[in-house]
Design a binder for this molecule. Structure first.
Ligand code: NAP
Ligand code: ZN
Length: 372
Protein backbone atom coordinates (compact mmCIF):
# COMPACT_ATOMS: atom_id res chain seq x y z
CA UNK A 1 0.00 0.00 0.00
CA UNK A 2 1.26 3.45 -0.87
CA UNK A 3 1.09 5.57 2.24
CA UNK A 4 3.54 8.23 1.07
CA UNK A 5 0.74 10.83 0.99
CA UNK A 6 0.10 10.31 4.68
CA UNK A 7 3.81 10.46 5.46
CA UNK A 8 4.24 13.64 3.46
CA UNK A 9 1.47 15.32 5.41
CA UNK A 10 2.76 14.20 8.80
CA UNK A 11 6.29 15.31 7.95
CA UNK A 12 5.03 18.70 6.70
CA UNK A 13 3.23 19.10 10.03
CA UNK A 14 6.56 18.34 11.71
CA UNK A 15 8.09 21.21 9.68
CA UNK A 16 5.34 23.53 10.95
CA UNK A 17 5.96 22.45 14.55
CA UNK A 18 9.67 23.20 14.14
CA UNK A 19 8.93 26.54 12.45
CA UNK A 20 6.68 27.61 15.37
CA UNK A 21 9.65 27.45 17.76
CA UNK A 22 10.70 30.84 16.36
CA UNK A 23 7.25 32.48 16.63
CA UNK A 24 7.65 36.21 17.28
CA UNK A 25 11.38 36.21 16.49
CA UNK A 26 11.78 36.01 12.71
CA UNK A 27 10.45 39.37 11.46
CA UNK A 28 10.67 40.39 8.70
CA UNK A 29 11.37 36.80 7.70
CA UNK A 30 8.87 33.91 7.56
CA UNK A 31 8.52 30.98 9.95
CA UNK A 32 10.19 28.01 8.29
CA UNK A 33 10.93 24.46 9.42
CA UNK A 34 12.60 21.64 7.52
CA UNK A 35 12.96 17.87 7.93
CA UNK A 36 15.17 15.43 5.99
CA UNK A 37 14.11 11.79 5.73
CA UNK A 38 16.38 8.96 4.57
CA UNK A 39 14.84 5.48 4.21
CA UNK A 40 11.93 6.27 6.51
CA UNK A 41 14.08 7.84 9.24
CA UNK A 42 14.42 11.53 10.10
CA UNK A 43 18.13 12.32 9.71
CA UNK A 44 18.02 16.11 9.97
CA UNK A 45 15.77 18.87 11.29
CA UNK A 46 15.98 22.62 11.46
CA UNK A 47 14.11 25.90 11.66
CA UNK A 48 14.88 29.52 10.87
CA UNK A 49 15.56 31.06 14.30
CA UNK A 50 15.75 34.77 13.37
CA UNK A 51 16.53 37.21 10.57
CA UNK A 52 20.25 37.14 9.79
CA UNK A 53 20.53 33.49 10.90
CA UNK A 54 20.78 30.57 8.45
CA UNK A 55 17.60 29.25 6.85
CA UNK A 56 15.78 26.12 8.08
CA UNK A 57 17.06 23.93 5.23
CA UNK A 58 20.68 24.79 6.09
CA UNK A 59 20.27 23.54 9.67
CA UNK A 60 18.53 20.36 8.49
CA UNK A 61 21.23 19.68 5.86
CA UNK A 62 24.00 20.28 8.42
CA UNK A 63 22.47 17.75 10.79
CA UNK A 64 21.87 15.20 8.04
CA UNK A 65 25.42 15.46 6.61
CA UNK A 66 26.09 12.66 4.09
CA UNK A 67 22.72 11.09 4.87
CA UNK A 68 21.06 13.88 2.84
CA UNK A 69 22.28 12.10 -0.31
CA UNK A 70 19.29 10.43 -1.96
CA UNK A 71 16.99 11.67 0.85
CA UNK A 72 13.70 13.60 0.83
CA UNK A 73 13.70 17.14 2.20
CA UNK A 74 10.50 18.69 3.57
CA UNK A 75 10.07 22.43 3.99
CA UNK A 76 6.91 24.50 4.55
CA UNK A 77 7.99 27.37 2.25
CA UNK A 78 9.64 27.18 -1.18
CA UNK A 79 13.45 27.18 -0.80
CA UNK A 80 15.06 30.50 -1.67
CA UNK A 81 16.94 30.85 -4.93
CA UNK A 82 18.73 34.17 -4.47
CA UNK A 83 21.86 35.38 -2.78
CA UNK A 84 20.87 37.29 0.36
CA UNK A 85 22.81 37.28 3.60
CA UNK A 86 23.27 33.54 2.92
CA UNK A 87 23.78 31.61 -0.35
CA UNK A 88 20.55 30.19 -1.87
CA UNK A 89 19.10 27.09 -0.20
CA UNK A 90 18.22 25.67 -3.64
CA UNK A 91 21.97 25.36 -4.39
CA UNK A 92 22.69 23.79 -0.99
CA UNK A 93 19.94 21.20 -1.58
CA UNK A 94 21.28 20.38 -5.05
CA UNK A 95 24.87 20.14 -3.75
CA UNK A 96 23.80 17.76 -0.96
CA UNK A 97 22.39 15.30 -3.50
CA UNK A 98 18.81 15.40 -2.18
CA UNK A 99 16.56 13.26 -4.39
CA UNK A 100 13.12 14.67 -3.63
CA UNK A 101 11.83 17.93 -2.13
CA UNK A 102 8.35 18.40 -0.66
CA UNK A 103 7.27 22.06 -0.43
CA UNK A 104 4.29 23.31 1.58
CA UNK A 105 3.66 26.51 -0.38
CA UNK A 106 5.37 28.59 -3.07
CA UNK A 107 7.08 31.84 -2.11
CA UNK A 108 4.39 34.58 -2.03
CA UNK A 109 6.76 37.19 -3.46
CA UNK A 110 5.72 37.43 -7.13
CA UNK A 111 9.26 38.46 -8.10
CA UNK A 112 10.81 35.17 -6.94
CA UNK A 113 7.80 32.84 -6.69
CA UNK A 114 8.47 29.45 -8.31
CA UNK A 115 12.16 30.20 -8.89
CA UNK A 116 13.46 27.88 -6.19
CA UNK A 117 11.23 25.03 -7.33
CA UNK A 118 12.28 25.52 -10.97
CA UNK A 119 15.96 25.43 -10.00
CA UNK A 120 15.52 22.15 -8.09
CA UNK A 121 13.60 20.53 -10.98
CA UNK A 122 16.24 21.73 -13.43
CA UNK A 123 18.81 19.84 -11.34
CA UNK A 124 16.75 16.64 -11.71
CA UNK A 125 15.18 16.73 -8.24
CA UNK A 126 11.58 15.52 -7.93
CA UNK A 127 9.53 18.32 -6.35
CA UNK A 128 6.06 18.00 -4.80
CA UNK A 129 4.28 21.28 -4.02
CA UNK A 130 1.22 22.13 -1.90
CA UNK A 131 1.31 19.55 0.91
CA UNK A 132 -0.72 20.82 3.93
CA UNK A 133 -0.83 24.12 2.06
CA UNK A 134 -3.72 25.64 4.07
CA UNK A 135 -1.83 25.13 7.35
CA UNK A 136 1.39 26.44 5.80
CA UNK A 137 -0.40 29.59 4.60
CA UNK A 138 -2.06 30.12 7.98
CA UNK A 139 1.23 29.87 9.89
CA UNK A 140 2.79 32.50 7.63
CA UNK A 141 -0.33 34.64 7.05
CA UNK A 142 1.41 37.73 8.41
CA UNK A 143 4.47 37.19 6.21
CA UNK A 144 2.29 36.60 3.13
CA UNK A 145 0.29 39.77 3.85
CA UNK A 146 3.49 41.78 4.35
CA UNK A 147 4.93 40.61 1.03
CA UNK A 148 1.74 41.01 -0.99
CA UNK A 149 0.53 44.34 0.48
CA UNK A 150 3.77 45.89 1.74
CA UNK A 151 2.15 46.40 5.13
CA UNK A 152 2.24 44.45 8.41
CA UNK A 153 -0.66 42.13 9.16
CA UNK A 154 -3.07 43.85 11.58
CA UNK A 155 -4.95 41.99 14.29
CA UNK A 156 -7.66 43.73 16.33
CA UNK A 157 -8.04 42.11 19.74
CA UNK A 158 -10.63 43.14 22.30
CA UNK A 159 -12.44 41.79 25.33
CA UNK A 160 -16.12 42.60 25.72
CA UNK A 161 -19.05 41.64 27.90
CA UNK A 162 -21.96 39.65 26.52
CA UNK A 163 -23.79 42.97 26.05
CA UNK A 164 -20.98 44.34 23.91
CA UNK A 165 -19.12 46.68 26.31
CA UNK A 166 -15.33 46.93 26.63
CA UNK A 167 -15.53 49.02 29.83
CA UNK A 168 -18.08 50.48 32.23
CA UNK A 169 -19.65 53.94 31.79
CA UNK A 170 -16.79 55.31 33.94
CA UNK A 171 -14.17 53.62 31.75
CA UNK A 172 -13.27 50.88 34.24
CA UNK A 173 -12.23 47.69 32.43
CA UNK A 174 -10.11 45.49 34.72
CA UNK A 175 -11.02 42.82 33.98
CA UNK A 176 -13.57 41.93 31.38
CA UNK A 177 -12.35 38.34 30.90
CA UNK A 178 -10.96 35.68 33.23
CA UNK A 179 -7.37 34.66 33.95
CA UNK A 180 -7.18 31.99 31.24
CA UNK A 181 -8.21 34.42 28.49
CA UNK A 182 -5.73 37.00 29.75
CA UNK A 183 -2.96 34.39 29.71
CA UNK A 184 -3.93 33.69 26.09
CA UNK A 185 -3.44 37.40 25.33
CA UNK A 186 0.08 37.28 26.78
CA UNK A 187 0.76 34.32 24.49
CA UNK A 188 -0.62 36.27 21.54
CA UNK A 189 1.56 39.31 22.29
CA UNK A 190 4.64 37.09 22.29
CA UNK A 191 3.90 36.16 18.66
CA UNK A 192 3.40 39.76 17.47
CA UNK A 193 6.05 42.34 16.61
CA UNK A 194 4.20 45.41 17.83
CA UNK A 195 1.15 46.18 19.96
CA UNK A 196 -0.77 49.47 19.64
CA UNK A 197 -3.05 51.46 21.95
CA UNK A 198 -4.34 55.04 21.88
CA UNK A 199 -3.73 57.80 24.41
CA UNK A 200 -7.08 57.32 26.08
CA UNK A 201 -6.33 53.68 26.91
CA UNK A 202 -3.04 54.78 28.49
CA UNK A 203 -4.91 57.36 30.61
CA UNK A 204 -7.71 54.98 31.62
CA UNK A 205 -6.02 51.58 31.93
CA UNK A 206 -2.30 52.33 32.37
CA UNK A 207 -1.49 49.02 30.62
CA UNK A 208 1.92 47.30 30.65
CA UNK A 209 1.39 45.43 27.35
CA UNK A 210 4.17 42.89 27.84
CA UNK A 211 3.98 39.18 27.06
CA UNK A 212 5.62 37.97 30.29
CA UNK A 213 7.58 35.70 27.97
CA UNK A 214 10.95 35.69 26.24
CA UNK A 215 9.70 37.71 23.27
CA UNK A 216 7.84 40.94 23.91
CA UNK A 217 6.53 43.20 21.14
CA UNK A 218 7.39 46.82 20.56
CA UNK A 219 4.78 48.83 22.51
CA UNK A 220 3.25 51.63 20.46
CA UNK A 221 1.07 54.53 21.62
CA UNK A 222 -0.82 56.79 19.24
CA UNK A 223 -1.64 60.10 20.90
CA UNK A 224 -2.46 63.35 19.17
CA UNK A 225 -2.74 65.43 22.34
CA UNK A 226 0.20 63.84 24.15
CA UNK A 227 -1.85 64.55 27.24
CA UNK A 228 -0.41 61.46 28.92
CA UNK A 229 0.50 60.64 32.53
CA UNK A 230 4.24 60.97 33.10
CA UNK A 231 4.32 57.90 35.33
CA UNK A 232 2.58 55.43 32.98
CA UNK A 233 3.81 51.83 33.08
CA UNK A 234 4.54 52.00 29.36
CA UNK A 235 7.42 54.40 29.98
CA UNK A 236 9.33 51.67 31.82
CA UNK A 237 11.53 50.93 28.84
CA UNK A 238 13.87 48.55 30.67
CA UNK A 239 11.13 45.88 30.34
CA UNK A 240 10.36 46.50 26.67
CA UNK A 241 10.81 49.31 24.14
CA UNK A 242 8.06 51.89 23.70
CA UNK A 243 7.33 54.10 20.72
CA UNK A 244 4.97 57.08 20.88
CA UNK A 245 3.49 58.57 17.73
CA UNK A 246 2.17 62.07 18.03
CA UNK A 247 1.37 65.10 15.92
CA UNK A 248 4.05 67.66 15.30
CA UNK A 249 4.57 70.25 18.05
CA UNK A 250 2.40 68.44 20.60
CA UNK A 251 3.58 69.15 24.15
CA UNK A 252 7.39 69.48 23.78
CA UNK A 253 7.76 69.23 27.58
CA UNK A 254 6.05 65.82 27.69
CA UNK A 255 8.10 64.67 24.70
CA UNK A 256 11.27 65.60 26.56
CA UNK A 257 10.30 63.65 29.69
CA UNK A 258 9.37 60.58 27.63
CA UNK A 259 12.64 60.66 25.71
CA UNK A 260 14.57 60.95 28.97
CA UNK A 261 12.96 57.67 30.01
CA UNK A 262 14.08 55.96 26.81
CA UNK A 263 10.79 56.23 24.97
CA UNK A 264 11.11 56.85 21.24
CA UNK A 265 8.86 59.73 20.16
CA UNK A 266 7.95 60.24 16.51
CA UNK A 267 6.14 63.36 15.36
CA UNK A 268 4.12 63.26 12.19
CA UNK A 269 1.97 65.82 10.44
CA UNK A 270 -1.00 63.50 10.09
CA UNK A 271 -1.38 60.76 12.68
CA UNK A 272 -3.36 57.93 11.08
CA UNK A 273 -3.36 54.15 11.55
CA UNK A 274 -2.23 53.81 7.92
CA UNK A 275 0.79 56.04 8.52
CA UNK A 276 1.74 54.09 11.65
CA UNK A 277 1.43 50.78 9.80
CA UNK A 278 3.62 52.14 6.98
CA UNK A 279 6.24 53.07 9.55
CA UNK A 280 6.05 49.64 11.26
CA UNK A 281 6.43 48.00 7.83
CA UNK A 282 9.64 49.93 7.29
CA UNK A 283 10.83 48.70 10.69
CA UNK A 284 10.30 45.12 9.54
CA UNK A 285 7.18 44.19 11.52
CA UNK A 286 5.21 41.15 10.33
CA UNK A 287 2.23 41.31 12.68
CA UNK A 288 0.78 44.19 14.66
CA UNK A 289 -1.71 43.73 17.47
CA UNK A 290 -4.26 46.53 17.94
CA UNK A 291 -5.32 46.51 21.60
CA UNK A 292 -6.92 49.94 21.46
CA UNK A 293 -10.41 51.09 22.38
CA UNK A 294 -13.28 51.61 19.96
CA UNK A 295 -12.37 55.05 18.61
CA UNK A 296 -8.97 54.06 17.33
CA UNK A 297 -10.22 50.60 16.29
CA UNK A 298 -12.79 52.19 13.98
CA UNK A 299 -10.12 54.41 12.42
CA UNK A 300 -7.82 51.41 11.99
CA UNK A 301 -10.55 49.37 10.28
CA UNK A 302 -11.40 52.29 8.00
CA UNK A 303 -7.71 52.66 7.11
CA UNK A 304 -7.34 48.99 6.14
CA UNK A 305 -4.93 48.46 9.05
CA UNK A 306 -6.86 45.43 10.40
CA UNK A 307 -7.07 42.05 8.68
CA UNK A 308 -8.07 39.74 11.52
CA UNK A 309 -10.29 40.13 14.57
CA UNK A 310 -9.93 38.27 17.87
CA UNK A 311 -12.92 38.96 20.11
CA UNK A 312 -12.96 37.63 23.66
CA UNK A 313 -16.51 37.53 24.97
CA UNK A 314 -17.16 37.24 28.72
CA UNK A 315 -20.47 35.86 30.02
CA UNK A 316 -21.17 39.10 31.87
CA UNK A 317 -23.71 41.87 31.49
CA UNK A 318 -22.60 45.33 32.62
CA UNK A 319 -25.13 47.59 30.91
CA UNK A 320 -24.68 51.35 30.49
CA UNK A 321 -25.92 53.21 27.43
CA UNK A 322 -22.71 55.25 27.27
CA UNK A 323 -20.32 52.39 28.12
CA UNK A 324 -17.79 52.01 25.25
CA UNK A 325 -18.05 49.24 22.67
CA UNK A 326 -15.22 47.60 20.67
CA UNK A 327 -15.69 49.60 17.46
CA UNK A 328 -17.13 53.12 17.42
CA UNK A 329 -18.54 54.85 14.34
CA UNK A 330 -17.87 53.34 10.93
CA UNK A 331 -20.43 55.54 9.22
CA UNK A 332 -22.78 52.66 8.39
CA UNK A 333 -26.52 53.20 8.66
CA UNK A 334 -28.02 49.97 7.37
CA UNK A 335 -27.30 46.45 8.62
CA UNK A 336 -26.55 45.36 5.06
CA UNK A 337 -23.37 47.46 5.21
CA UNK A 338 -21.98 45.45 8.15
CA UNK A 339 -18.52 43.91 7.74
CA UNK A 340 -19.13 40.17 7.62
CA UNK A 341 -16.20 38.24 9.06
CA UNK A 342 -14.91 35.24 7.13
CA UNK A 343 -13.31 31.90 8.08
CA UNK A 344 -14.93 32.13 11.48
CA UNK A 345 -13.66 29.98 14.37
CA UNK A 346 -14.57 29.95 18.04
CA UNK A 347 -13.52 28.13 21.15
CA UNK A 348 -14.01 28.53 24.88
CA UNK A 349 -11.18 29.62 27.17
CA UNK A 350 -12.14 29.21 30.81
CA UNK A 351 -15.62 30.67 31.03
CA UNK A 352 -14.98 33.09 28.12
CA UNK A 353 -15.39 32.62 24.39
CA UNK A 354 -12.81 33.55 21.74
CA UNK A 355 -14.22 34.34 18.31
CA UNK A 356 -11.74 34.71 15.48
CA UNK A 357 -12.37 35.85 11.91
CA UNK A 358 -10.98 37.81 8.97
CA UNK A 359 -12.29 41.10 7.61
CA UNK A 360 -13.51 40.77 4.03
CA UNK A 361 -10.61 41.57 1.71
CA UNK A 362 -12.59 43.59 -0.83
CA UNK A 363 -13.50 45.97 2.01
CA UNK A 364 -9.89 46.34 3.10
CA UNK A 365 -9.81 50.03 2.29
CA UNK A 366 -13.18 51.47 3.12
CA UNK A 367 -12.95 54.71 1.21
CA UNK A 368 -16.66 55.33 1.72
CA UNK A 369 -16.41 55.20 5.50
CA UNK A 370 -16.92 58.51 7.25
CA UNK A 371 -15.40 58.42 10.72
CA UNK A 372 -14.09 61.12 13.06
N1 NAP B 1 -11.73 45.68 26.88
C1 NAP B 1 -10.81 45.94 25.96
O1 NAP B 1 -10.44 45.08 25.19
C2 NAP B 1 -10.23 47.32 25.88
C3 NAP B 1 -9.06 47.53 25.15
C4 NAP B 1 -8.57 48.83 25.05
C5 NAP B 1 -9.27 49.88 25.66
N2 NAP B 1 -10.39 49.60 26.37
C6 NAP B 1 -11.16 50.69 26.97
O2 NAP B 1 -11.49 51.59 25.93
C7 NAP B 1 -11.59 52.90 26.46
C8 NAP B 1 -10.78 53.82 25.56
O3 NAP B 1 -11.32 53.79 24.28
P1 NAP B 1 -10.74 54.71 23.11
O4 NAP B 1 -11.51 54.41 21.91
O5 NAP B 1 -10.71 56.11 23.55
O6 NAP B 1 -9.30 54.06 22.96
P2 NAP B 1 -7.84 54.49 22.60
O7 NAP B 1 -7.16 53.18 22.43
O8 NAP B 1 -7.24 55.35 23.60
O9 NAP B 1 -7.94 55.29 21.23
C9 NAP B 1 -8.33 56.64 21.17
C10 NAP B 1 -7.14 57.57 21.31
O10 NAP B 1 -6.22 57.32 20.26
C11 NAP B 1 -5.49 58.51 19.99
N3 NAP B 1 -5.42 58.73 18.55
C12 NAP B 1 -4.30 58.96 17.84
N4 NAP B 1 -4.54 59.10 16.56
C13 NAP B 1 -5.84 58.94 16.40
C14 NAP B 1 -6.69 58.96 15.26
N5 NAP B 1 -6.21 59.15 14.02
N6 NAP B 1 -8.00 58.74 15.44
C15 NAP B 1 -8.50 58.52 16.67
N7 NAP B 1 -7.73 58.47 17.79
C16 NAP B 1 -6.42 58.68 17.65
C17 NAP B 1 -6.17 59.65 20.73
O11 NAP B 1 -5.32 59.88 21.85
P3 NAP B 1 -5.15 61.31 22.55
O12 NAP B 1 -6.51 61.61 23.13
O13 NAP B 1 -4.11 61.10 23.58
O14 NAP B 1 -4.77 62.28 21.49
C18 NAP B 1 -7.49 59.03 21.16
O15 NAP B 1 -7.96 59.53 22.36
C19 NAP B 1 -11.08 52.85 27.87
O16 NAP B 1 -12.16 52.92 28.75
C20 NAP B 1 -10.41 51.50 27.97
O17 NAP B 1 -10.56 50.96 29.25
C21 NAP B 1 -10.87 48.37 26.49
ZN1 ZN C 1 16.92 29.79 2.05
Amino acid sequence: MDNSGMDDRALMQRCLTLARRALGRTAPNPLVGSVIVQAGTIVGEGFHPAAGQPHAEVFALREAGDRAHGATLYVNLEPCNHYGRTPPCSEAIVAAGVQRVVVGMVDPDPRVSGGGIARLRQAGIEVTVGIEEADCRKLNEAFVHRIVHQRPFGILKYAMTLDGKIATTTGHSAWVTGAAARAEVHQLRATCDAVIVGGNTVRRDNPLLTSRQATTPLRVVMSRSLDLPLDAQLWQTAIAPTLVFTEATAKPDVQKVLRQQGVEVIESTSLTPAAVMAHLYDRGCLSVLWECGGTLAARAIADGAIQKVLAFVAPKIIGGSTAPSPVSDLGFTTMTEALLLEQLQWRSIGSDLLIEGYLPIERLTLKDIRTN
